[in-house]
Design a protein around this ligand. Structure first.
Ligand code: ZN
Ligand code: FE
Length: 260
């Protein structure tokens, strides 16, 4: 269980490597479910915690984020929130949202940030210092470009990178170890990276999550955010004989990772 000021977060492993999050407002009997990939872990956790899901927050339409939408809605009558872009493709969508600084859901102030790139309708939810970022930003990685351009994904990632460093990053997949292996190949001399790799290995050996991380740690060790570091960007560009601007380097890194 992770603590924030007005809520706690329960982290539920699902499918192969997904995380479903339950947001549990304090002094309440309800909860919000982020990206329910599967029904059973949500039902079990809700029962154990004596909570009733009022809302489902979807970051995007992919089945491993929305698979339990309809069943949970049928069982609990919860309202499903997602991007207006995904009106036609998020199962059971009730309430569409777009970029907004603050909206109230289940008694919590929620900020919605549009982060197109992985899909065109991808959004993330910021509640206090907790960022639920789906498949946009991962531990030491970022989502694949299924529907967006490198430019779009880069500007989405940059917006997340500007959040305060202590912001906790609750992403939807446990990909950290594989991402760190790639990071070590392109950013070998980064001491923060070797330290993170050691910690992540120890976590996975105990089968515990490497997530949440923080924006601060991602800035130091995530190769895609390291593009913001002038030295890293110049060295990488020189080594690969490409332009030194952020988008060229980001796009090259993303393609290189895709080819692994
Ligand atoms: Zn996805
Ligand atoms: Fe996914």
């Amino acid at each position: 269980m992770h603590d924030h000021t007005s809520f706690q977060v329960a982290q539920l492993p699902a499918l192969q490597d997904n995380y479903i999050y339950l947001i549990l407002p304090r002094h309440s009997t309800s909860c919000l479910v982020v990206d329910p990939a599967e029904t059973v872990p949500v039902i079990d956790a809700c029962q154990q915690l004596e909570r009733q899901p009022d809302y489902i927050l979807n970051t995007h339409h992919h089945w491993d984020h929305t698979g339990a939408n309809l069943e949970l809605k049928r069982m609990f009558g919860c309202k499903i929130i997602g991007s207006a872009e995904d009106k036609e493709r998020i199962p059971g969508l009730d309430l569409t949202v777009c970029e907004q600084p603050s909206t109230s859901l289940g008694g919590l102030r929620v900020r919605v940030i549009e982060t197109p790139g992985h899909t065109r309708g991808h959004i993330v939810y910021l509640i206090e210092d907790a960022l639920f970022c789906g498949d946009t930003l991962f531990g030491a990685g970022c989502g694949r470009l299924f529907e967006g351009t490198a430019e779009q994904m880069w500007s989405s990632l940059k917006r997340l990178a500007r959040l305060p460093e202590p912001t906790r990053v609750y992403c939807a997949h446990e990909y950290t170890l594989a991402n760190l292996a790639f990071a070590s190949r392109v950013d070998a001399d980064n001491p923060a990276l070797s330290m993170r790799l050691k910690q992540a290995r120890a976590c996975r050996e105990k089968a515990s999550p490497t997530i949440p991380s923080t924006i601060g740690l991602e800035l130091q060790t995530n190769p895609f955010l390291r593009v913001l570091n002038d030295d890293f960007r110049r060295h990488y560009a020189m080594r690969h004989g490409i332009e030194q601007d952020e988008i060229s380097v980001f796009a090259h890194l993303r393609r290189k990772k895709d080819r692994l």
